[in-house]
Design a binder for this molecule. Structure first.
Ligand code: IMP
Ligand code: MG
Length: 180
C-alpha cells in the first residue's frame, strides 16, 4: 500500500470543508446559545475537524476526548468497539456534543451513545463531518452532518488508512481492492 497522496482523487477540497465547518459551527452556536456544550471528540479521526469547529463556535465549550478503536488494519467494521482512552471528566448533567469524523455502519456511535447516555448527560447530540448513509447497518443518526458521501473509502483531514494520510488538508478517495 503505497499510493502517493497527491494521486488520490479529491472528494472535498479544503475550501469546501472550511465553508461547511463554518456553517455547522454557526448552527451549533445558535442551538446551544446560553449553554456551555461539552465537546467529546472521538480519537483519533475527529481531532482535526474538532480543532477547526471549536474555533468557529460563538458559545463557550469545554472539551474532552474518547479514544476508540473500531477498525483494525482493514477497512471493514467488525462491529467491535474498544475504548482506548476514557473521558477525563464526568459528563453528568452536561450538554454533550460528540464530535465524529465519519458515520459508516453506525456500530461505533451506537456503542458510544449507550456508554455516554449511561452517565446521564443533560443532553446528548452528535456532529459528524462525513456521513455514509448507504453503509448503515444500525440506524443511528447525527444531529449535524457536514457532508453525505457515497460508499467510498476516504482519507485526509484527520481520517486515516492504517494511520496514514491524516495530514492531508482535503478529503480524498482511497482506491482499495474490494474486500470480502
Ligand atoms: P462505523 O462504526 O462503521 O460507523 O465506523 C465509524 C468509524 O470507522 C469512523 O469513526 C472511522 O474511524 C472509520 N471509518 C469509516 N469509514 C471510513 C473511511 O472512509 N475512511 C476512514 N475511516 C473510516
Ligand atoms: Mg473514528
Amino acid at each position: 500500500m503505497d499510493q502517493n497522496a497527491r494521486d488520490l482523487e479529491i472528494l472535498l477540497d479544503a475550501g469546501r470543508i472550511e465553508a461547511r465547518v463554518r456553517e455547522l459551527a454557526s448552527q451549533i452556536s445558535n442551538d446551544y446559545r446560553g449553554l456551555t456544550p461539552h465537546l467529546v471528540g472521538v480519537l483519533k479521526g475527529a481531532w482535526v475537524f474538532m480543532a477547526d469547529l471549536i474555533r468557529q463556535l460563538s458559545v463557550d465549550a469545554s472539551v474532552d476526548f474518547l479514544g476508540i478503536q473500531s477498525y483494525g488494519p482493514n477497512t471493514n467494521s467488525s462491529g467491535e468497539v474498544k475504548i482506548t482512552k476514557d473521558l477525563d471528566v464526568s459528563i453528568a448533567g452536561r450538554h454533550v456534543l460528540v464530535v465524529e469524523d465519519i458515520l459508516d455502519t453506525g456500530h461505533t456511535y451506537h456503542y458510544l451513545e449507550g456508554v455516554l447516555a449511561a452517565h446521564h448527560p443533560a443532553s446528548l447530540r452528535l456532529v459528524t463531518l462525513l456521513d455514509k448513509t448507504s453503509r448503515r447497518v444500525i440506524p443511528v443518526r447525527a444531529n449535524y452532518v457536514g457532508f453525505e458521501i457515497p460508499n467510498v473509502f476516504v482519507v485526509g483531514y484527520g481520517l486515516d488508512y492504517n494511520q496514514m494520510y491524516r495530514r492531508l488538508p482535503d478529503v480524498r478517495i482511497l482506491a482499495l481492492a474490494p474486500s470480502s
